[in-house]
Design a protein around this ligand. Structure first.
Ligand SMILES: NC(=O)c1ccc[n+]([C@@H]2O[C@H](COP(=O)([O-])OP(=O)(O)OC[C@H]3O[C@@H](n4cnc5c(N)ncnc54)[C@H](OP(=O)(O)O)[C@@H]3O)[C@@H](O)[C@H]2O)c1
Length: 315
């Protein structure tokens, strides 16, 4: 029987720590600000937008809302980002995806100043992750106390933030004491938002990583070798019981909304849970941790800014 890796309790712990730290900054007259940019009215983007607004308010992060119509021009979007980049009250910017199809999403995300790229999806942030320049966030010996001990040097050394969903996956695995070093991790999906950065993070953690995608031949042959399977495709029922070895750890990142409104992942949960040692539920697994990571990255950005502004740095 498998252990359920629920994200709710980890997310709550992270949010509680963020709230305490935001309060501490507020007490010294410093506000933590998060901008949200929504273009158009895609239902899943709107849902994430509203959840992020609510979660930010709960931890005391001040939100700055930027909503543009679906027919906004690329110039309007870029000008809004420039305005946010210049605004000293704003520590992080979340652009909601998907953008309208006529907009080049990479052009948009690359315009976010790296210091405010708290979703870590810009080319510089991804490059720094690949170059192991931002992976030190993955190696805080006691991540449970990381925001309490905030030496200025560590904060000012942050050059890029880790993408929230894959970083949340790593934090969830660590929370449940799942060993990564030397394990064979199979990541299914190679998107810039999830699969690719997740594979780089697992590699940084000394796992042996195989990345699969649509063109992968005989997916089951590869997943059956995996100690850890992380599926991020959005294909309902892709991972079946026959594709999983006894005792494997299963992380289901996929989200599929059924006609009934029910949300399911990529994994055939009932069959697979009989063989897995650990498995995430959908919903309630990776999802809650993603927003918590976004809030934590926003806080880190504010603390870094504060550390850089401090006269201590100049002495
Ligand atoms: N829980 C969360 O917080 C959270 C956050 C973000 C995303 N998600 C969910 O995670 C899923 C993936 O998101 P994404 O942004 O990475 O999506 P995406 O950009 O559409 O990428 C999907 C990836 O899955 C691969 N894929 C599709 N069908 C496949 C198949 N039959 N076999 C093997 N690989 C296949 C694609 O391969 P190719 O590259 O070859 O096309 C692609 O790399 C979605 O369901 C999304 O809703 C969840």
């Amino acid at each position: 029987m498998s252990i359920l890796m629920e994200g709710i309790s980890l997310a709550k712990e992270i949010k509680d720590r963020v709230r305490t730290e935001v309060q501490r900054l507020n007490d010294s007259g410093i506000e933590v600000g998060l901008a949200l940019l929504l273009v158009g009215d895609n239902p899943s983007s709107r849902q994430y937008y509203l959840s992020t607004l609510k979660a930010s308010k709960r931890v005391g992060i001040r939100t700055h809302e930027f909503r543009l119509s679906a027919d906004a021009s690329i110039n309007e979007i870029l000008n809004t980002i420039h305005q946010i980049n210049r605004d000293e009250r704003i520590n992080g910017l979340l652009v909601l995806f998907p953008l309208p199809p006529r907009i080049n999403a990479r052009r948009v995300v690359n315009e976010i100043s790296p210091e405010k790229d708290i979703d870590g999806l810009g080319a510089l942030s991804i490059g720094r992750l690949s170059a192991d320049e931002s992976t030190f966030q993955l190696f805080q010996s006691d991540s449970k106390n990381e925001t309490e001990s905030n030496p200025c040097i560590r904060l000012s050394g942050i050059t890029g933030f880790l993408p929230c969903t894959p970083y949340g996956v790593v934090r969830l695995l660590e929370y449940y004491d799942v060993p990564l070093r030397g394990k064979h991790a199979v990541v299914i999906g190679k998107s810039l938002a999830v699969g690719k950065p997740l594979s780089m993070m697992l590699l940084a953690k000394d796992a042996t990583v195989t990345v699969c995608h649509k063109e992968t031949a005989d997916l089951g042959r590869i997943t059956r070798q995996a100690d850890i399977i992380c599926s991020a495709t959005g294909v309902r029922g892709l991972i079946t019981r026959e594709m999983v070895k006894e005792g494997a750890v299963i992380v289901d990142i996929g989200i599929n909304v059924l006609k009934s409104g029910k949300i399911v992942g990529d994994v055939e949960f009932d069959g697979v849970k009989e063989k897995a040692s650990f498995i995430t539920p959908v919903p309630g697994g990776v999802g809650p941790v993603t927003i918590a990571m976004l809030l934590e990255n926003t806080l880190m950005s504010a603390m870094r800014n504060e550390a850089l502004n401090s006269p201590f740095q100049l002495s």
